[in-house]
Ligand binder design. Structure first.
Ligand SMILES: [Zn+2]
Length: 292
């Protein structure tokens, strides 16, 4: 008989109960089969940059397909993975539906184009907004801003989106802010800084009163998905408000449920993955043209 197997032997080794491993959002979403993967990793800055610029070009085409364009307004920026004080953005006036990876210009924090496509200027207002956000939020690698119709319509009320459905909960609490003053088209640095301050340290999306929407992300995919989600949430809120004005009562998601839903749907890997269906559609529609 093994010495430790007698009934009066007290084991001195304490086995701590292992805490159940929390599932990631993607694991929780995946039933059967291996869970979907999140943000890919890359062997070099060059391969990471190439991947990100392709996804950025695709994001413009998604925005065009969904009707977010308004003349030359709107921009997306992407922090360079190797030189974090520089970012890629779209050339002024280039149609979003035709955007390619090679169209993007690399600008520094002084607003000088230092790489990529140097044949056109970038949007001056866009530079001030995006540089202010990139400076204020080192955790943010991409920023999307557009004058999309439902975002613009909801922005006239200078109010945050309400947690009136599951999808809106990705903007729960400090993840959403409202920039209440419209200071005219952004042509001075201070206005850009005020916008970045209003977004706050945890903001994912911001309503810019009388102007439009702005979203940010760890990846350009996350920022782009959040933009499509916020625009849709503005549309749904406007529909709900119209129905409510006829006397129907709105029911808002409970705080605890909203908090839990936010926690389970707002991580960077999950939000990267949320953009991939739209990316794949765009890839199919243009036969990979945006990769050029
Ligand atoms: Zn704007």
């Amino acid at each position: 008989m093994a010495p430790h197997a007698t009934s009066n032997t007290v084991s001195t080794s304490i086995v701590e109960p292992t805490a159940p491993k929390m599932k990631t959002a993607l694991e929780a979403l995946s039933q059967g089969g291996p869970p979907l993967t999140g943000i890919p990793s890359f062997p070099s800055h060059a391969s990471q940059r190439a991947h990100q610029l392709e996804h950025m070009a695709a994001a413009f085409r998604v925005f065009a397909r969904k009707g977010y364009t308004e003349g030359m307004a709107g921009h997306i920026s992407l922090r360079d993975p190797e030189n974090p004080h520089t970012f890629w953005t779209n050339p002024l006036g280039r149609p979003w539906c035709l955007m390619r990876a090679s169209d993007m210009a690399l600008v520094d924090y002084d607003g000088k184009i230092i790489g990529g496509n140097m044949s056109r200027p970038v949007n001056a207002a866009g530079f001030l907004i995006h540089s202010a956000v990139h400076k204020a939020r080192p955790d943010v690698n991409a920023v999307c801003h557009a004058h999309s119709p439902c975002g613009k319509a909801w922005s006239t009320f200078a109010r945050p989106l309400e947690m009136i459905n599951q999808d809106a909960c990705v903007f729960y609490g400090e993840a959403q802010s409202v920039y209440k003053q419209f200071g005219g088209v952004v042509f001075d640095e201070a206005e850009g800084q005020r916008l970045a301050e209003s977004l706050g340290a945890k903001g994912k999306g911001m309503v810019l009163t009388n102007h439009g929407l702005l979203t940010v992300g760890q990846t350009v995919d996350e920022a782009a998905y959040l933009f499509t989600s916020m625009e849709r949430s503005c549309q749904v809120q406007l529909l709900a408000e119209a129905a409510a004005s006829n006397g129907l009562q709105k029911q808002v998601v409970g705080q605890e449920e909203a908090e839990y839903t936010f926690k389970m749907t707002s991580d960077a890997d999950g939000l990267y993955r949320e953009f991939q269906p739209d990316f794949e559609v765009e890839d199919y529609l243009c036969n990979g043209e945006f990769r050029k």
